[in-house]
Write a protein of this length. Structure first.
Length: 59
């Protein structure tokens, strides 16, 4: 009976969840992608700068 109660409780809990709207999901996805691109560019720029600095120091 415990397994039945577990699934019953899980279903009841899911009914209380406030699901995001389509617009909220799209906006969140856009914000995540913009952050990801910005962070990627920052890491790439730092890698390039440090790489050039190390190359200059080894010459």
């Amino acid at each position: 009976m415990n397994l039945f109660k577990y699934f019953s409780d899980a279903r009841a809990e899911l009914a209380r969840v406030t699901w995001p709207t389509r617009t909220e999901v799209i906006e969140g996805t856009q914000a995540t992608l913009i952050f990801l691109v910005a962070l990627t560019l920052i890491v790439w720029l730092m890698d390039t700068i440090f790489g050039l600095g190390i190359q200059a120091a080894l010459r």
